[in-house]
Design a protein around this ligand. Sequence first.
Ligand SMILES: [Zn+2]
Length: 693
Amino acid sequence: MPDWASKPTRWMQLTLVEDDPAHFDPGFWLSYFKRTSTEGVCLSGGGCVAYYPTEIPFHHRSAWLGGRDVLGEMITGCRQLGMSVLVRTDPHATYDDTQAAHPDWIAVDADGKPRRHWASPEMWVTCAYGPYNFEFMTAVHREIMSRYRADGIFLNRWDGNGVCYCVHCKENFKTATGFDLPRATSNEDPARRAWMLWRQQRLMSLLDLWNAEIRKINPEASMIPNNGGGALNPLDTRETSRRSPMLVADRQARRGLAAPWLMGKTAKEFRATMGTKPVIGLFGVGLEEPYRWKDSVTSNAEIRIWVLDAIANGMRPWCSKFSATLHDERWLNGVEELYQWTEKNRHYLNHQQPLARVGMVFSQQTAWYYGDEHAQSKVEDHALGWYQALIESRIPFEMIHDQLLDPAHLANFKTLILPNVAALSDAQCEQLRAFVRGGGSLIATYETTLYDEQGKRRTNFGLGDLFGVDFAGKGESPMLNSYIRLEHEALPHHAMFTGLEDAPRIINGVSRLNVTPREAFAEVPFTLIPSYPDLPMEKVYPRVAKTDISCLYLSEPAGRVAYFPFDIDRTFWEVLCADHLKVLRNTVLWANNEAPVVEVDGPGLLDVTVWRNPGSITIHLVNLTNPMAMKGPYRTFFPVGPHTIRLTLPSDLNPIHARLLVAETDVDFSRSGSVLTVRVPSILDHEVVAIEL
Ligand SMILES: [Zn+2]
């Protein structure tokens, strides 16, 4: 991996607006980069506005550029500070003169009309899949690389805006697939499905072309495509990961109901395909929501919790600022403080290997083909439920890409969670079977493996043998006023009942499948209390007190297997019932069946991650405790503590001393066998326990 990508632990992105060259002070920014020990920078270069004297026709120079080379001036200054330099381009919009000369460069809507830009109506939206990108932007990237020999080019909005009906797309798509361009928005339409794959191939060949061209000039350089990540990402993240020495996860701010651990989740998803290559967390300093206040500044507490959770989950921070002329300077000191802390502790933030033993599988193909237009509720909400439950349970875990279920990628895990991972191939099912045969444990919910990798319904579960059940048809959905009976009499003190000792019944989920057990299960802790009327109130009484229909199938074919034939995870995300949390947590502890990596006793909502680094183990404790936690507008922090931390040491390690990196104090630790115990008196926003080896 090139040094320019591996070295920087902090990045800053300065996105110039067109009139910046007339107003902004490069010296101010260079001194801020220095003050914050920022090691990598991303500077606006070209695409929709060029900030240097470009020679390429239709490459629009900033109207305020005059005779200057603003990009060159900034690059020279950053190089003097020893920084890695990426140049940002944005190809998604252009002007009337371009449209007049090259009408075929412009995106076309379904009615055959060229597309005006939705936010800047004097501009045009370009076609991402045709000559505008393949020819014009290739020339731009070559010119930038020749002039500045940048370390790489950061691509913003390079991947198009939905289906384009231009002459090139029509012809190229037809030639490649035999289909006319799709009109439908569902992937059930074969043309739509073909377009999705064609788009991916087209964009990956574009990346390959740009990489090849810039590497003729600078062999170490790389295109860095801006990217969303996660199951809902329409581009296969393995493909972008394979092509990049580092990736930038663009998650600038909360939006709607966004849990405070969202940046950490993004980090885990990117690391799933990037491995140990740097994953950079792009954060903003403002509020976005759908109203796009690009020049806003939010509270320091909100910025901090967002970034601290990213760092705890292995991201390197990248502060993204639009407009070099500042309309509001309130964020400057907060980011400086954060960056200085990471510089001071850089030795401990060189995260090498997470020690988590639990992995949650996410599946882009399940989102694309099974979830389709309803991927948020049918796919992502199941994962969010587990995510919240694992955070509340303080169980360190990783995200695992469903295309990487081979033994090497699963080697460090004891338990895999499949949150309604519905669409898996026979080969993927076989990989999971092998994992369980080798002693690994598996937890699955609802329609997991009931569909193949194309989203086609199977007649039975792909993993029915592991679950011990056969599919017997859709049950009920939505299921109102239904409950789960806890079989305390049959199974006193069962592991599933921890924290539920006094609960005779708990609420059910919302959607359920009918399944037939292949043979009688030894332990049936939960049985169904079917729906009964919820109105009129006089009629609200259970018609059946008890059934023998199980709500959880527990078995131990080699490793342990737990299968819920209903949507407990999605329901938990929607309703956040404490009883469901206990069931989810008990299931993970039952499945994992070994000493936990770490246990944290004490109050609060904490994101807990554990890392092996060169010369140390670090335990990150991010204090998410806040009345605003589930939407994220943190005003201030509420200290929690004390906490007792028990870490199960990997057998070959010998701790020398322990230090709290935020409190800046050494702490005593005690050791009993392989368990090391440390006490943390109080956590304001975060604490990092560093165990020196
Ligand atoms: Zn097109």
